[in-house]
Design a binder for this molecule. Structure first.
Ligand code: FAD
Length: 487
């Protein structure tokens, strides 16, 4: 095919920014004038990216469908291609005569390196190549300690991050887009084979509405109905206390700036002072997401290696059968099993329960935290290299600002405290549904005859605990002492 004469076409390379409002790349393209070619490129395995997990692929399929619809309504299709990013973009430049490529930045170490190469490769051809911040409140390199280094403790990080933060108004979506004046070949989204072959994701559909519209509806609903009670409901897995925005944020269907500004508008309307709402529990959690990206950017080895080096000596006890029991929600600890089954069925787990199941894997079973992180990566719809790494290293005690290793969650008392009636466990572990609240978190404490009357036979209808809490705790502390002593 003959190269097309250069013209004022801008290619917008969509990645984890699958929205049109407050999207700096699409905004820049529409400001340039001329035609716009939105493109999504699938080829992550070849470029050092962590291969997307099954649940994330399911989400991506739906989200791309939603983005495509929005783009079509503005007058242009979404072009879907497979291959290495630079090669595909060069090819599209040749086919369309585009003079610019724009995208929003990502912060995973391999992607940073890849994108740098793409930018250089395009510029070498005389193509404008520009990237923007579309997914963080502050770029990770702009928040520095007094000595100019990265933060490793959350509270001062978040204070510093907020101190210079006056986000401008969110960028409006383009009212329309001019398509390129020739047909450009595209795969269909289905061609990418993102949807699971087994019927695993059937439980996802009733729970989630991937896409920009779903994200916006969830934010509005949360801010108008649940934000007020967030500070005390956020730790209760038995309540709808949190926003569930995490997969939408991960795929960039909504930006943290939109969240920040929406929260600010509501606070202003109710006369809340800016210090008060900026310190609100909800925005603080959004701050943890910023912190996760800050850490991933400055400590790029942490998805696999502990931030605190002494933990590389930790005497983990890899055990495939124990790992499988944990993955399947068959540990014999109802809160842990409920969490793992909620994850499998819906692709999401409540934060409090994530901490409990992660602690159980690492401290009760002495399995390496990386095994748990890998399972989460495959099964979470919000699987995110930055937040998942932070969550696992925090729980294992080997990361920045982490829970000390010796603080070992007791899954029974965690259940009694945060799921006092047992509603959460009854939802996800139906074989225990008839147990009264005082036994639901420790069925082994109930007399066997009474358990039988309630339809439970331990070891048959529901497993016995795979480890005893006090023994596991003592073992974990001994392993930790060995690590610290360098034994
Ligand atoms: P909300 O409570 O409504 O919070 C609002 C937003 O703040 C969230 O959507 C999320 O973007 C951010 N946020 C909240 N808590 C945290 C946190 N502790 N760390 C970072 N960001 C946070 N979150 C992910 O998005 N992806 C992951 O892969 C992930 N893996 C985790 C693994 C472990 C072991 C643990 C303990 C936590 C993990 N988290 C992860 C953090 C947290 O559990 C989820 O962000 C949260 O449960 C999402 O639910 P929500 O949107 O209702 O949160």
């Amino acid at each position: 095919m003959n190269p097309v004469t250069r013209n004022n076409t801008t290619i917008v390379w969509f990645r984890t920014d699958l929205r049109l409002t407050d999207n700096p790349a699409i905004y820049a393209a529409s400001q340039r004038g001329g035609s716009v070619l939105p493109v999504f490129i699938w080829g992550p395995e070849e470029e050092g990216e962590w291969p997307l997990g099954g649940a994330s692929k399911w989400w991506l399929h739906q989200s791309l469908g939603s983005l495509r619809q929005s783009l079509v309504s503005l007058g242009t299709p979404l072009i879907v291609r497979r291959g290495l990013a630079l090669e595909v973009l060069r090819q599209l430049v040749r086919e369309t005569g585009a003079t610019a490529v724009v995208w929003n930045r990502r912060y995973e170490p391999a992607i940073i390196a890849r994108d740098r190469g793409v930018k250089e490769g395009l510029r070498a051809l005389g193509i404008e190549a520009e990237s923007f911040n579309g997914s963080l409140l502050r770029e990770p390199w702009t928040v520095k300690t007094k000595t100019g280094g990265p933060y490793q403790v959350f509270t001062p990080f978040w204070r510093a991050c907020r101190s210079e933060l006056e986000p401008p108004a969110a960028l409006r979506p383009p009212a329309s887009l001019v398509p390129v004046d020739r047909p450009v070949q595209s795969l269909t989204i289905t061609d990418l084979g993102l949807e699971p072959r087994i019927d695993w994701a059937a439980g996802f559909t009733p729970v989630w509405s991937p896409g920009e519209r779903g994200a916006q509806a969830l934010l509005n609903q949360f801010l108008s109905q649940r934000e007020g009670a967030y500070a005390h409901d956020r730790d209760r897995p038995d309540r709808e206390g949190t926003s569930r925005l995490s997969p939408h944020l991960h795929f960039g269907e909504i930006s943290p700036r939109q969240i920040w500004l929406a929260a600010a508008a509501i606070a202003a309307a109710s006369g809340t002072s800016s210090t008060q709402w900026q310190e609100s529990r909800f925005l603080t959690e959004v701050g943890w997401r910023e912190f996760a990206f800050h850490l991933l950017y400055h400590f790029p080895d942490t998805p696999l290696a502990p931030l605190r080096p002494e933990f590389s000596r930790f005497p983990w006890r890899p055990d495939a059968a124990a790992l499988r029991a944990w993955q399947r929600g068959q540990t014999g600890y109802p809160l842990v099993d409920a969490g793992m089954r909620q994850l499998w069925k819906t692709g999401w787990m409540h934060n409090r329960v994530r901490m409990v199941v992660a602690s159980f894997l690492v401290k009760h079973l002495l399995l390496p935290w990386q095994e748990g992180a890998r399972w989460f990566w495959d099964t979470l719809v919000d699987a995110d290299l930055a937040s998942n790494t932070l969550g696992w290293q925090w729980t294992a005690g080997c990361g920045a600002d982490a829970a000390p290793f010796f603080r070992i969650f007791n899954p029974v008392s965690q259940g009694e405290k945060f799921d006092p009636e047992g509603t959460y466990v009854r939802t996800w572990v139906p074989e225990l549904a008839r147990l009264p609240a005082h036994w639901i978190h420790q069925p082994w404490a109930a007399p066997a005859a009474e358990l039988r009357d309630l339809g439970v036979v331990l070891g048959k209808t529901y497993p016995r605990p795979m480890v005893e809490h006090a023994t596991a705790r003592a073992d974990a502390l001994a392993a930790y002492a060995a690590t610290r002593g360098g034994a």
